[in-house]
Design a binder for this molecule. Sequence first.
Ligand code: ADP
Length: 434
Amino acid sequence: MPDFWFRLSLPVFFSALFALLLWGLFSGIYALWFMLLMLLVLMVRHARQLHKLGEWLNDARPETIPEAGGIWDDVFSQLYRMVKKHLQTKQKLAEELQHMEQATAALPEGVVILNDMNRIEWFNPIAQQHFYLDAEHDVMQDITYLVRQPEFISYLHESDFSKPLMMRPARHEDMVLSIKLIPYGGDKQLLISRDITQFERVEGMRRDFVANVSHELRTPLTVVNGFVENLLDLPDLSQDSAQRLLQLMAEQTKRMEHLVADLLTLSRLENNQNPLHEEAIDIGALLNEVIQGGRLISGGKHDLALEVKARKTMLGNPEELRSAFDNLLINAIRYTPEGGSILLRWFERAGQQVYSVVDSGIGISTQHIPRLTERFYRVDSSRSRETGGTGLGLAIVKHIAMRHQAKLEIISEEGHGSTFSLVFPARRLVSENK
Ligand code: ADP
């Protein structure tokens, strides 16, 4: 500061010194005129710099800072440093804001910032999808005008947000959102929305599965229980009647055993930790075993035939493929009335190997076909149970197909038979040296 005053008064001091000299050499009036002139020059110079400063302040950028001399040089260099630092800070803040925006945009959750009046201040793209928000028109709109579900509005007015709200958005009826409100910064609120549709679906499937298994086990258990009570209540039952009851009980326990065996198979197949052990399989030999097993089960009631028209060595897991091939053949036998025909085919189609079971049985109407591989899905439950079905056979086949990158194709017409095919990718073929 002392330096500032010194430099400001230096020209005045030298002018005054020169004026004194003029006074001494000529007269006071010359000195006065000279002094006046010098002060005027100094004033004009300062006024010009002031004007430049005013002009520059309208658009203060470091690269346009005016050139100046004397004390103005100091002022402008300080201003230059200040503006430059300000710009750097601004740029840093803009970068940080951009990072924040990129991070929130990458979040799998929707984020909406609301003010204390529930007006939208900001939202990320996921929230835009969840609530159908418009980036242009919906900022500063009251969110309750845009998301009108009563449960959402009453959630916003609650004081306890520890539990999330489960809600289906108005325009996405098939979507389930979990919504949570987090107050912050005194008067702001963060609205977080998460798409839990998949989770809800899996949870629903799990609930259905447990209910189905319980139901499937309860029926035979109730029957067995009834027979046991009969035996206990009637100790004088004849040997024949007791034998018949035991026979019926054995059937029910066998049914439970099949169900548990299929459940275990399914859980083993679904286990990601259970890798597929593959080897080269002689499909010809395998199919011979499958058809022999089928003939035993059919007991001569059907006309069974085997047709092998493709290369016979394929990479796969022999136990799993045997189980899938058996399942499809056994279904054909169970759903084909006596006297019907069943054809097992192994052939090539567009470079792919196909295992097909063609039956002349009861067939399936079109609306059931997409759901047949769901666990416990049956077209006719009583027929399935009567023939010893667990409702899990096709679910098992589908899993085995997936583990072998194969496709399960079902073509069927009610009353006109069915064709179940497993289509294996060409890369599973093993070249045969003849
Ligand atoms: P299930 O033990 O009931 O046979 P699956 O999963 O093997 O269970 O089959 C599911 C349903 O698909 C069966 O209940 C039956 O309605 C139908 N289905 C399967 N295979 C055939 C077929 N070859 N002909 C007619 N319907 C079939």
